[in-house]
Ligand binder design. Sequence first.
Ligand code: ADP
Length: 492
Amino acid sequence: MIASECAPVAKVGGLADVVYGLSKNLELRGNSVEILLPKYDCLRNDQITDLTLFYKDLSVPWNRGAVRCSVWLGSVSGRKCFFIEPHSNENFFARRVIYGCADDGMRFAFFCKAALEFLFKSGKRPNIIHCHDWMTGLCGALLYELYQSQGMEAVRVCSTIHNFRHQGIVGENILYATGLGRPEYFFRPESMRDVSNPRALNLMKAEIMYSNFVTTVSPYYAWEAMNTEQGCGLGPLLILNQHKFAGILNGIDYDVWNPESDRFIPVRYNADSVEEKLRDKNALRDYFHLREDSKPLIAYVGRLDEQKGIHLIRHALSYAPLHGAQFVFLGTSHDSALNNQFMTLKKQLVNHQDCAIELNFNEELSHLIYAGADMVIVPSMFEPCGLTQLIALKYGAVPIVREVGGLINTVFDRDYSDQPPQLRNGFTFHHTDTTAIESALYRALDLWYNHPRDFQSLQRNGMRYDFSWNVSGGKYQEIYERITLSERKTVL
Ligand code: ADP
């Protein structure tokens, strides 16, 4: 796995959980998995054990010279992780953040180059390199154009696209820096030239072209990417490459996300003791200084980003206390305007007895929220897979979601789904206006207040679903086996 994130050492969103969870499942299936990550200065070092220097002086060709790197090896909750630390004036990974720098394109192009150089020089010849999003999208091109002919013929590339919105649009300088060169070759429309800007290269496009197989994170998002604006310009290319493109639902790691064994919640429970959630709800209320009352508690946990339906989150936050519910919000943003907007709201809610906002990234608190909440909203504008609703289901927090992407594959409306009643597990709505979410919230609150037994049945239905990596891990294994036998040549 070559990735820019891995939970819990370097996590911004779901990509991190996927890298960790899929790797773990693949190992349970008997594979040997190694994860390559940048050695960010903001890694959660408390989550790494046995960190040792593995490769002292890795010289990575870069621009006209080379960058010296140290490669560290450590264990992250049982996974074998290598961390690449460059020593150069650019300080690529010493920025106190994972993303959000003006030179992100260059930073991650460097990471791809260093990762390939590391494999090459350390004699590692994996059957499969699995890349994730544009940040590691250049690995396939580097492998195919530079390294394969030097003894890495047998290596195949599988890439997973977690979000088509961010594609890694970069300039010609990337080609010179990485040693790919030949702009006339790479700027061809059938190579990595961006679809809308002929003077730019598109690293996600490169990823699609140069991978032996491309997945995205749910079947419905795969369809949306090919057939709607969700492909963000890459739809036609995906249709052309349908033979090597599929949507595979993300799983979650039930060793981490399981109310029966969760070490971050005061009271553990399962589908047969879902009423115990009340005690976690009271612990959550304590944390936020909310009143204890016979009211349902609605939560939002996630990045603060336009993707997530900010106006609908805000609407739910104001709707809840007016309609007999409490609301807690946990989220943070890279966008300071959005953070400020919610900071203002947070100040207005000081001493509020029914609503609270935490503007932070807090993994431990998120566990308590899933355990304590009766309902979790995911009103996304688009949602490739979504892990929040999968976790919520496991914790008996009924998801209220918008019908997009992976949310369609995982949440089935209690009243309107064509699934049999025992498989219905939440509430869904379609439109992006506030009345749409209101109608779903209304139905959820009505069920909680007026039909508590039915509400509990709905919680249990959700808790009984298996969204672990068991199923999806097997699908990835099949893909790996298929491409291991395939021709070296990719689409190019
Ligand atoms: P995305 O990848 O778009 O961020 P997902 O739903 O796929 O969204 O994954 C989000 C993951 O990140 C979930 O595990 C969620 O609990 C977690 N998460 C998001 N924001 C926070 C936060 N502020 N604090 C703790 N966990 C968070």
